[in-house]
Each structure stands twice: as structure tokens, then as C-alpha cells.
Design a protein around this ligand. Sequence first.
Ligand code: ACO
Length: 313
Amino acid sequence: MGSAITGWGSALPPRVVTNDDFAARLDTSDAWISERTGIRQRRMGGTTGSLAEEAARAALARAERQPAAIDQIVLATTTPDRLIPATSSPLHAALGCRGGAFDLNAACAGFVYGLVVADALLQVRGGAALVIGADTLSRITDQDDRSTAVLFADGAGAIVLEAVPGESAVLGADLGVDGAAADLLSCEHGGTITMEGREVYRRAVRAELDSIEAVLAATGVKIDDIALFVPHQANVRIIEAVNQRLGISMDKTALVLDRTGNTSAGSIPLALCEAADAGRLHDGDLVLLSGFGAGMTWASAVVRWGRGGPAAA
Ligand code: ACO
């Protein structure tokens, strides 16, 4: 049994918060934020469930599937709407899906973790899954702390993954965590995010490089075979550092963080969906996904886009 990505969709709340909006009330500037992070504006608002539902409905429409065709929801999120139940549970009811649903917390690597888990489930028993990455980080960010407020925001993206005969959409993956470094980025119950930004930055570059090299070695795929690189959208300098070391051009890289900020599990599917909507992906293309976040988790995967076999040379 193989699998195919048959639909995709994303959701952003309507409220735009610009760098100048922060500069108007905090000791910061558009120049500092855009030069240090690449972020120019971000979206804030909504709930994780509402953003996930909007993204899921768009993905189902693109796949031309009714919700009842889905028998598994995997919702990657660090910001569930409530501690109990899982956000995927009312989402499952709102959409009218069949089968099961669960939340998965692997922070900014969550969407890739979710994709790998969903693909493995389809290998076992067929069917179709919605894999969603959704976060509302603005709700757990101290909006008066300039060192985190300008970074974190809200958004969601989703794909439909269907069991099909033949090859799996996930050619290979590398998943990891370094729990000894967990305190570098954390949020207590009822609290807000604290982060040692410089150390997280250093580890993000190292972990993404190692993880990408591991997945390329495991799959035998070369960088030049990759049609599109979709990295976690935390800081454009992290992306540029990884690209430079691996020889990936920025032209082949999906970027949304200038308009979305860091949306954690939402970030990779948001960038993937925008690239697909812009016609940058074709059936059979190889896509490299890589994320790094709280935990500290990381995940990279080589994925074959869309229906059908390998892209024509
Ligand atoms: N505006 C102006 N000055 C600021 C701001 C701001 N918004 N934020 C911090 N500063 C100041 C600091 O106070 C510091 O001042 P000081 O030198 O007087 O002490 C100075 O700028 C430099 O601070 P650094 O933290 O060293 O700045 P750096 O260049 O490292 O950039 C940043 C900070 C953007 C946070 C960077 O470290 C980063 O991107 N880290 C990685 C974040 C990340 O990737 N997270 C991924 C996981 S997210 C998740 O899992 C939810």
C-alpha cells in the first residue's frame, strides 16, 4: 500500500500585525525585526480549532473529498484550545469525519511528525487522513516582551493523504528530540513562552543540517533532485544558513514568514500550501520538509508531491 497527497489548504486569521504596530508601543523597530528575523508582519486571532477547520475544509475541497472519506485526523499543535479534550476531537465532529482523531505535540516539527505517523497508519490499514498543523502562539506569548512578541503568531495548514496502490508519498524521514535541552524554549501552564533565542538559533541550524543530511542519505535523494525545500519558518537567517551549507538556492525555497511570523506547527504546511497554490509544485516533484522547535524536536522528510509517479525528467 502506498499513499498520495491529494489536497491541501491553509488558514490565517484576518488581523494583520505589522512590525510598526510593535514599534509603536515597544522598544523595537521595523529595521531590527526585519533584519534579525525576516518577519515584516504576522496574523493574529482565531482559535487553533477554527483555523484547523478552515484549513482542513480547503484541503478536502482541493482533494474533491467529503469529510466522511476521512477516517483519521492527525492534528499537530502546541496550543490546543483546551487541555481536555484534544482539539482534534471537536474538530472531528465539526467536519463530520469517520474513524479516529488525535493531537500531536512536537512543536514546530509537529506537521512533519504528523505526516510520518499518518503515512504509517495508512500503510497498516488504508483509508485517508487529514494531517493538519495549527497553532495560535499569540495566545501564549507575552505581547509586551519584545524578544518573543515579534516572533510568534497564528495560522494553520492541512493536507489530505490517501492510501493508493504503489509508492508511499513519504520516501523517508528523520525524526529526533533532545529532551535535555527542553528548557531552552518552554511555557508553563497558564504562562507565556520563554526562550533562549541565541542558543535555540544555534541548535536549529545544526539540527536541521544533520537531519536533512540523514534523510537524504537514507533515501538516496540528492539536493539537486529536490524541486522545493519547505523549512520551518522561524527566522530567515536560520533558513539562509542551512541553505548555504547544503547548496540549496533560495529560489527553490518556500518562504512565508515575512508575512506570517513563526506559526509553529502551522508554518511548514502554510509555506507548502502557498507554493502549491502558486503552481510551484507538480505531480511527482520531490519536496524536502524540515522543522525544528521546542522539545527540542526536529523532523525532516522527503515527500513525493501529488498523484502519480516520479516527475518527468
Ligand atoms: N527589538 C529590538 N531589540 C531586541 C528585540 C526586539 N524585538 N528583541 C531582542 N532585542 C535585543 C536584545 O535585548 C539584545 O540586547 P542586548 O544586546 O542589549 O542584550 C539584542 O537585541 C540581541 O539579542 P539576541 O537575542 O542576541 O538577538 P539575535 O540576533 O540572536 O536574535 C532571535 C534574536 C531573533 C530571537 C534569534 O535568536 C532567533 O531567531 N532564535 C531562534 C528562534 C527559533 O528558531 N525558534 C524556533 C523554535 S520556535 C517554537 O518551537 C515555538
